[in-house]
Design a protein around this ligand. Structure first.
Ligand code: SF4
Length: 173
């Protein structure tokens, strides 16, 4: 995984998802799920509990070949909340099998121990969103202060499993 500073003396990255790849390769954000269990005031995709999921077979047969042709070597799976997609692990496996690095952009409130173990074995990284350093500040944006402790606890579980995670204060997912 390549993690670059979001700002250097010469330039500032426009991408909140700070991992990147070197030319001539590309990185892609893939919205695999529209629904989300949270209701963030700042949600950049206006996610609700309703919506569609990208079918696994479509990802395997159409999307991955198209991305490979476009020299994509790294993907970030996003939503909505990607952990609401019942095929998340199979999707991550399919991208890894195609030789692509995989990250998951998540609010980290719906993650099981089994998923953590599988994603660790796959070498995936996590991009976790927090909106402050306390339940009060986090909850002000999310409308659900108790979600702060859930997210922090999941970040600790990621860490114990050796899964890298990024952007602990990004308000972008
Ligand atoms: S967790 Fe992310 S996708 Fe879900 S409502 Fe909040 S900003 Fe939107």
């Amino acid at each position: 995984m390549t993690a670059r500073p979001i700002r250097t003396a010469d330039q500032a990255a426009s991408c909140y998802f700070r991992t990147t790849v070197d030319h001539p390769f590309r990185k892609a954000l893939i919205q695999i799920a529209e629904p989300c269990n949270e209701k963030c005031a700042h949600c950049f995709v206006s996610a609700t509990p309703r919506g569609d999921y990208m079918p696994l077979e479509q990802i395997r047969k159409r999307l991955i070949p198209q991305l490979a042709d476009a020299r994509v070597t790294k993907v970030t799976l996003t939503g909505g909340e990607p952990f609401m997609h019942r095929d998340l692990l199979d999707i991550a496996r399919a991208f890894r099998k195609a030789g692509m690095d995989v990250g998951v952009c998540t609010n980290a409130t719906l993650v099981s121990d089994e998923q953590i173990s599988e994603l660790s074995e796959l070498g995936a990284h996590m991009n976790v969103s927090l909106d402050g350093f306390s339940a009060d500040s986090h909850g002000r944006f999310r409308g659900r202060p108790e979600g702060f402790d859930e997210t922090v606890e999941t970040v600790k579980r990621f860490a114990r499993a050796g899964i890298p995670f990024l952007n602990p204060l990004a308000r972008t997912q």
